[in-house]
Design a protein around this ligand. Structure first.
Ligand code: PMP
Length: 312
């Protein structure tokens, strides 16, 4: 049984997330182990706790961020929740720019931590929010710290030093495959670099939505997006597409068959992990596949999301 521990700050509860062996959705892959790394166990409920905290602490350490500055960014998703939480814990003021039509739940959860929201034009979507942040920062560079998670090396570093190291601690060099989705690409870049330093051969597989228009929130269709500066195409061994339907269906199966209620990007990662396991089993090979579970499914309970399900 895991021992209870006493901690001094919510910051100390980040990381050391468990790896859960999936036994039921893997019925057609005998002899292959599949593990889900449960990133929803972080205090902010997602895989973005690690990089958000690291971007703040690295910037505080080298003076790019001071307590009289405001952290500003344009995310309404998991990174926004994590900035808000760790900003509150570390005494850093946070402003987030989001399109005014994001769900009430997203506004409520970030505001609960004292974050101030600036609304951008809903018709311009997330690109409009990014443009607005850049304009605001440009007008007063001294007042703001803009972490820019797509270009910030602290993002992959958090996964190199945390996620990758912890996977090695849990399964060692038995790991044969690692699976993660691409958003900022920080999880894939940092974790894969760490794993490849210690395990050869290993196959690291990036998961990407099949189409530009998709319902796998948190993931990017790189072919139709601005490629993040931290992304290096030479790091993953392979990129596999996943359809919205397959990601959603696996999320449903994980809830019903494993007691694991996860978001849809996680459904996509596990869908690909199980597929890899089944391919290995068909060839009579053994293996150990580790996939990222980025967040919990209840983050997507907002009414708008449920309606979208029936559009696709
Ligand atoms: N899944 C979810 C739910 C996310 O919020 C994110 C972050 N955008 C990702 C996957 C992708 O992670 P990364 O930014 O490290 O590529």
């Amino acid at each position: 049984m895991r021992r209870s521990r006493r901690i001094e700050s919510v910051v100390d509860a980040v990381g050391n997330t468990p790896l859960l062996r999936l036994r039921n959705v893997t019925a057609n892959a005998p002899g292959v182990e599949v593990y889900a790394k449960l990133e929803f166990a972080n205090p902010g409920g997602s895989v973005k706790d690690r990089p958000a905290l690291r971007m703040i602490t690295d910037a505080l350490a080298d003076g790019r961020l001071t307590k009289d500055k405001i952290l500003i960014d344009s995310t309404s998703g998991n990174t926004g929740v994590a900035y808000s939480l760790y900003g509150a814990a570390l005494g850093v003021k946070v402003h987030l720019v989001m399109p005014s039509n994001v769900s009430q739940a997203r506004k409520d959860i970030t505001q609960a931590f004292g974050t101030e929201i600036i609304y951008s034009d809903p018709l311009e979507g997330s690109d409009g929010a990014i443009r607005m942040v850049r304009e605001v920062v440009e007008r007063d560079r001294e007042r703001y710290f803009y972490p820019d998670q797509y270009a910030n090396p602290s993002n992959p570093r958090a996964h190199y030093e945390g996620t990758g190291r912890e996977i090695l601690e849990a399964v060692g060099d038995r790991i044969t495959h690692f699976v993660a989705g691409l958003g900022t690409t920080g999880t894939m870049m940092g974790t894969t670099r760490r794993l490849k330093e210690h395990v050869r051969p290993i196959r690291c597989v990036a998961v990407e939505p099949e189409d530009a228009l998709h319902g796998l929130e948190g993931l990017k269709h790189l072919a139709s997006s601005i490629v993040p500066p931290i992304y290096d195409a030479g790091v993953p061994d392979e990129t596999r597409p996943c359809s919205t339907e397959d990601g959603w269906d696996m999320s449903d199966r994980l809830a019903r068959e494993e007691g694991l209620h996860v978001g849809h990007s996680s459904g996509a990662n596990i869908f690909i992990a199980v597929k890899i396991a089944e391919e290995l089993a068909q060839r009579g090979e053994k293996g150990c596949v580790v996939a990222i579970v980025a967040d919990r499914g209840d983050r997507y309970f907002a009414p708008l999301k449920w309606e979208r399900r029936y559009i696709w």
